[in-house]
Design a protein around this ligand. Structure first.
Ligand code: ASP
Ligand code: MG
Length: 408
């Protein structure tokens, strides 16, 4: 018998039938004798609908009121799931974030959890009830409703598991685990039995949308045993996110390949090579609230240097405009760019102890005639920017080159 926190995402509770299905699943775990706290998202599409509705009234929605509005999505699903469980003869009780008392700071639309009061939940669990909690929301010290940012129900689940010292936090979603890469691009992609927190963090920050990045950080920090599973399959162990490399198994050097089509490259050419230049270029970009990802500055020659960075594709036109101003200001020769690019990354903790990973990656791409425009690395990741028309090819050949289709 264990205390398990289960989180069900929007597609898993996307219709009354699916909610009944979740209730059946929960009832099964309950019958096995487990204590259960269930966190749910809003029905799929609902949060988007509510945001659009708010924007019809106010183009830039007031953040406090927006939280009041979007938090209702989850309030509906907790009530529906509690009813579905009761219909199946299982005693259940629903709580909004404020009712649990998931205390957050006051940063509306991106609040952070500060404390969770577990008294109500404990009493209900002791009384044999299934506890259902609205994901994505909390309450600040003044009693205002807050939300945790898009995809925030994952973080609610992990935070509740941490607060309750649960044996496991299970994230149920529409995929049955974490794959070596997107199976839509590489049909041979393989589901991973385990992946380390660090690898999962890299994958999340590289654009894998399986888990909200904050939830992975949270789980790592509070030692929460985290598992990703499918809510549509009866069996399966999903992917367990582990703390250390499992030393009993020979792990491949690379665990996964991530890619992101949503980037554009900007080059600032012939800028004076002097202190403060990076700040003068990127300061205005940050002031315009544009996220910068990869940054590369060349070694200066003849007193000038070149500077390149990537921004989200949607921000490309705005970033170019900002840079035209910067160009005049810093005296750059030219500003150019390309929004037909993508980023492909290989991730693996095995990189720390293996040499030649980068050269294998570069040779593999060279053999296909794929030109690398930018490179950036971390201890467990190598990312390259290439022409977007090569995305599928690059991911496929790298998947093969690193032997990711082989079962381990
Ligand atoms: N419903 C929220 C969203 O769509 C939170 C979540 O699903 O995790 O972002
Ligand atoms: Mg999600």
């Amino acid at each position: 018998m264990a205390l398990i926190v289960q989180k069900y995402g929007g597609t898993s509770v996307g219709s009354p039938d699916r909610i009944k299905n979740v209730a059946r699943r929960v009832a099964k775990f309950k019958a096995q004798g487990h204590d259960l706290v269930i966190v749910v998202s809003a029905m799929s599409g609902e949060t988007n609908r509510l945001i659009a509705l708010a924007k019809e009234i106010q183009a830039q929605p007031d953040p406090r009121e927006l939280d009041v509005i979007v938090s209702t999505g989850e309030q509906v699903t907790i009530g529906l799931l509690a009813m579905a469980l009761k219909e199946q003869g299982v005693d259940a009780v629903s709580y909004t974030g404020a009712q649990v008392k998931i205390l957050t700071d006051s940063a509306h639309t991106k609040a952070r959890i500060q404390h969770i009061d577990d008294a109500n939940m404990r009493a209900d669990l002791t009384a044999g009830k299934v506890v259902i909690v609205a994901g994505f929301q909390g309450v600040d010290a003044q009693g205002n409703i807050t939300t945790l940012g898009r995809g925030g129900s994952d973080t609610s689940g992990v935070a509740l598991a941490a607060a309750l010292k649960a044996d496991e936090c299970q994230i149920y979603t529409d995929v049955d685990g974490v794959y070596t890469t997107d199976p839509r691009v590489v049909p041979e992609a393989r589901k991973l039995k385990t992946i380390t927190f660090e690898e999962m963090l890299e994958l999340a920050s590289l654009g894998s949308k399986i888990l909200q990045i904050r939830s992975v950080e949270f789980a790592g920090k509070y030692n929460v045993k985290l598992r990703v599973l499918s809510s549509f399959q009866e069996e399966g162990e999903g992917t367990l996110i582990t703390f250390e490399e499992d030393s009993t198994v020979e792990k491949p050097v690379i665990s996964g390949i991530a890619f992101n089509r949503d980037e554009a490259r900007i080059n600032v050419i012939g800028v004076p090579d002097k202190p403060g230049i990076a700040y003068q270029i990127l300061g205005p970009v940050a002031d315009a609230n544009i996220d910068v990802d990869m940054i590369i500055q060349n070694v200066g020659q003849d007193g000038t240097t070149d500077f390149s960075f990537t921004v989200p594709k949607g921000e490309y036109p705005r970033a170019l405009k900002v840079l035209e101003e910067v160009k005049k200001h810093v005296g750059a020769r030219e500003v150019s760019g390309d929004d037909k690019i993508c980023k492909v990354s290989i991730v693996g903790v095995g990189m720390r102890s293996h040499v030649g990973v980068a050269s294998t990656m570069f040779r593999t791409l060279a053999e296909e005639g794929i030109n690398i425009q930018m490179i950036s690395t971390s201890e467990i990741k190598i990312s390259v920017v290439v022409d977007e028309k090569y995305l599928e090819l690059a991911v496929r050949v790298l998947h093969k080159a690193f032997g990711l289709e082989q079962a381990v």
